[in-house]
Design a protein around this ligand. Structure first.
Ligand SMILES: Cc1cc2nc3c(=O)[nH]c(=O)nc-3n(C[C@H](O)[C@H](O)[C@H](O)COP(=O)(O)OP(=O)(O)OC[C@H]3O[C@@H](n4cnc5c(N)ncnc54)[C@H](O)[C@@H]3O)c2cc1C
Length: 287
């Protein structure tokens, strides 16, 4: 098959607009599994996007208070250093992805492109209300990540479009990510949660993975914790913490499958969120 290695977004979208069965490849850690398993048979041109400098880079805008991460930045670059300092929950999520080999090449763009409810980067993007930038031969547009993730492995990408980057706010507060799986490493999440506590807005965001058709937000739990927190110590009474966990569990819509059952997932996601809120409280008191 023809393989293209564009070095600009314009060149990449030029190939995408040629029509036909065109496939985008970044790190290949999802795609090649599908090909090897016989679930996908790319027959047309392959567009390899992880040599495009704009996709491989990240930038911080201190004026806007945002961090923009190119779609082809590998998880390895999120584990520590500036990205981890600005977005600790993303670093925590990245550390749980696969193995060092997977983290060396796997990308956020690929996580979004696959859009599995178990994708570890996605609850973090959701809790931070990330904005996804897309490009096509017609130009560029931005989409809120909540609108980008349409369903199980379904996105708002249209024919001829590719993901360029995601932009996140650099939050003044506390954020964390946690997941449970059937073992401690190299594991796809059975349930996952991201909690973001924004001191400047006195707001809380909670996003859940692997407990619904796509990533779920929990408006009732968010409002409850925001009202119950002692700002700025981030302390919360035990009863309020328990209620927070219950509301998170109630917001989940899990199914039973080969990895776990719905009842366990509903329970686990409440426990994860409660533990994250307790960690926030300890960190706030220590600050
Ligand atoms: C052994 C193993 C362990 C894994 N463990 C985890 C884990 O713990 N957690 C987790 O979340 N995932 C895990 N994964 C899945 C995978 O590593 C991640 O989803 C990763 O983020 C995919 O990124 P990639 O660059 O390799 O994507 P690719 O495989 O290159 O692409 C994935 C999909 O996204 C599309 N795509 C890629 N880039 C773009 C773009 N710029 N624009 C539009 N579409 C695009 C592709 O066409 C394809 O459909 C694992 C995979 C393996 C093989």
């Amino acid at each position: 098959m023809p393989v293209h290695l564009p070095d600009t977004v314009d060149a990449a979208v030029g190939h995408l607009s040629d029509g036909g069965d065109v496939t985008i490849l970044a790190g290949g850690t999802d795609m090649m599994v599908e090909v090897n398993d016989g679930h996908r048979r790319p027959s047309g041109d392959l567009i390899v996007v992880n040599r495009i400098p704009e996709l491989k880079s990240w930038r911080h805008d201190p004026q806007q208070g945002t961090l923009t991460i190119g779609a082809a930045v590998p998880y390895r670059e999120m584990l520590d250093g500036p990205i981890a300092a600005m977005c600790p929950a993303l670093a925590e999520a990245a550390r749980t992805v696969g193995s060092p080999q997977i983290r060396n090449v796997g990308t956020l763009g690929g996580n979004l492109g696959t859009c599995s409810p178990a994708g570890d980067g996605l609850p973090v993007l959701s809790a931070l209300d990330a904005v996804v930038e897309l490009a096509s031969a017609e130009g560029r547009r931005t989409v809120a990540v909540g609108d980008f993730m349409v369903g199980v492995k379904r996105t708002a990408l249209v024919q001829g479009e590719m993901i360029v980057s995601v932009t996140l706010p650099v939050v003044d507060g506390w954020q964390g990510y946690a997941k449970v799986g059937v073992r401690n490493a190299m594991v796809i999440a059975v349930a996952s949660a991201c909690v973001v506590i924004d001191r400047s807005r006195s707001s809380v965001a909670v996003a859940l993975g692997s407990v619904g058709p796509t990533i779920l937000r929990c408006p009732d739990a968010e409002a409850h914790l925001a009202a119950a927190l002692d700002w700025p110590s981030l302390d919360v009474a035990p009863g309020d913490l328990d209620r927070f966990g219950e509301l998170v569990s109630a917001a989940s819509r899990p199914i039973s499958d080969h990895r776990s059952n719905a009842e366990y997932r509903r329970h686990a996601v409440g426990v994860l969120a409660r533990r994250l809120a307790r960690r926030a409280s300890s960190a706030g008191l220590a600050a």
